[in-house]
Design a protein around this ligand. Structure first.
Ligand SMILES: *[C@@H]1O[C@H](CO)[C@@H](O)[C@H](O)[C@H]1NC(C)=O
Ligand SMILES: *[C@@H]1O[C@H](CO)[C@@H](O)[C@H](O)[C@H]1NC(C)=O
Ligand SMILES: *[C@@H]1O[C@H](CO)[C@@H](O)[C@H](O)[C@H]1NC(C)=O
Ligand SMILES: *[C@@H]1O[C@H](CO)[C@@H](O)[C@H](O)[C@H]1NC(C)=O
Ligand SMILES: *[C@@H]1O[C@H](CO)[C@@H](O)[C@H](O)[C@H]1NC(C)=O
Ligand SMILES: *[C@@H]1O[C@H](CO)[C@@H](O)[C@H](O)[C@H]1NC(C)=O
Ligand SMILES: *[C@@H]1O[C@H](CO)[C@@H](O)[C@H](O)[C@H]1NC(C)=O
Length: 369
């Protein structure tokens, strides 16, 4: 915001500065929208931090760098590489647990057939001077603004930071993707895909880190839960993106429409799609007004290896939570959002020319209606 030099205007300016909010995106599968949604909402994204999960950490770092390079955002949104392994689990114990209690549908970076998506000899930029946990701590410590962390991967970076500086949580609003409860009937009767939709993979890859993070005393903790598993890209969304961008030919030829091009491809929605899991978390963080339903609960993550619920979220009412045996955190559990508004946010964020954002701090909309 520009501060005009009148008494009234500077007062308004001070107020709006005091309410500034900055973002950190912590993820195993960073995508462009996770950054563009907060940027389009006028927030600053201080950086992306990466971790292990769907991909190994190098690949997550590569994906982050690629997502930024399309929009020429590399120079003002740094990427920091984070934890390469969970606090306790390793490849062998991850598979041993499944031998005991059953296979996880999606195995991520520890799938026996996992292949890195990073092309051989690919070069990509990230900041190598400091690792993600240290950068997160330093950033929170030095920030004069309110910090929101959107964590949509394993919580290992956060747990490492919290181990060194437990009070960090009190300064931060944390919004996480995942945190499923009450999925047993659907997981049993719905087949592998539905089972996967209810599998808290991010928590299960590092249950100890998830418990450390989700039971910390955050200024605010928002758990997006299974709502984000219900929201998929649609042909209607593609059609709107194409229409407001001026048609497929324009999208193919105009570099300012790079994010639209990557999203809509040839214009036809692929027959297999994954939900907008992490993007929904990012959208809820960027604009909490899209939330239409929620309830409060105390939460913890099961950290017993000898349990079929190892890595699962448990919820409790305030009066019945354990006072000693299990540390719990207070969370807002999201149950519904305004999907129309979410789609509008996605269109608004993608149909912009981001090329000069790092230089000017603005990204004008290039929508033609
Ligand atoms: C942080 O947000 C709160 C409202 O949640 C606001 O009162 C406060 O002024 C903000 N602080 C800063 C430094 O922006
Ligand atoms: C990768 O780099 C190495 C060392 O420079 C080179 O020998 C190799 O041919 C490269 N591989 C590919 C697929 O480019
Ligand atoms: C890398 O990050 C560190 C820590 O935030 C910062 O001091 C440094 O300037 C960054 N390097 C570059 C090249 O941006
Ligand atoms: C999420 O949970 C609610 C309540 O249990 C249920 O109605 C809804 O169908 C679930 N979502 C998915 C993706 O199945
Ligand atoms: C367009 O892309 C979709 C999804 O990638 C694919 O299924 C379809 O075959 C493609 N159609 C054409 C005409 O190329
Ligand atoms: C990309 O951003 C940099 C500033 O960060 C700017 O100097 C450069 O002109 C931009 N590239 C293009 C193609 O506009
Ligand atoms: C790309 O699209 C933008 C926004 O519609 C427009 O201003 C610009 O002239 C286009 N560039 C080219 C090369 O057509």
């Amino acid at each position: 915001m520009k501060c005009l030099q009148t008494v009234l205007a500077s007062a308004i300016c001070l107020i709006s500065k005091a309410a500034a909010e900055v973002f950190i995106v912590d993820n195993d599968t960073p995508t462009a929208l996770q950054v563009l949604l907060p940027l389009a909402a006028g927030k600053q994204v201080l950086g992306i931090t990466t971790n292990l999960g769907d991909y190994d950490t190098d690949a997550a770092t590569y994906e982050a760098a690629m997502a930024l390079s399309t929009g020429n955002l590399t120079s003002c949104v740094p990427v920091y590489k984070g934890a390469e392994q969970p606090l306790l689990l390793d490849y062998n114990t991850y598979h041993l647990w499944q031998d005991l209690y059953g296979d996880i549908v999606w195995q991520g970076a520890w799938d026996k057939d996992y292949e890195s998506p990073v092309p051989v000899n690919a070069s990509y930029e990230y900041n190598k001077t400091v690792g993600a946990p240290q950068w997160i701590m330093d950033t929170v410590k030095n920030s004069k603004d309110n910090v929101t962390i959107v964590a949509a991967g394993t919580m290992t970076n956060l747990a490492l930071a919290l181990a060194q500086w437990p009070a960090m949580a009190e300064k931060v609003k944390l919004v996480i993707m995942g945190g499923y409860v009450d999925g047993q009937i659907a997981q049993t009767t719905g087949g592998d895909f539905v089972n996967d939709m209810y599998t808290d993979f991010n928590l299960m890859v590092d249950p100890e880190a998830a418990q450390t993070a989700l039971s910390a005393p955050w200024k605010e903790l928002v758990i997006v839960g299974n709502i984000s598993s219900e929201i998929f890209p649609t042909q209607d969304l593609y059609n709107e993106l194409i229409a407001v961008s001026g048609g497929l030919a324009e999208i193919k030829s105009n570099k300012s429409l790079g994010y639209v091009s990557e999203t809509v491809g040839n214009g036809t929605l692929p027959s297999f799609n994954l939900p907008y899991w992490d993007e929904v978390a990012s959208a809820i963080a960027a604009d909490p007004e899209i939330v239409t339903g929620s309830y409060d609960a105390y939460v913890s993550v099961d950290t017993s290896f000898s349990s079929p619920f190892y890595g699962s979220l448990r919820i409790y009412p305030a009066n019945l939570r354990a006072k000693k045996g299990v540390r719990t955190g207070k969370a807002k559990m999201i149950t519904s959002i305004d999907e129309g508004k979410l789609n509008a946010m996605i269109v608004d964020a993608l149909v912009r020319d981001w090329t000069n954002y790092c230089k000017t701090g603005s990204a004008p909309s290039v929508a033609i209606m």
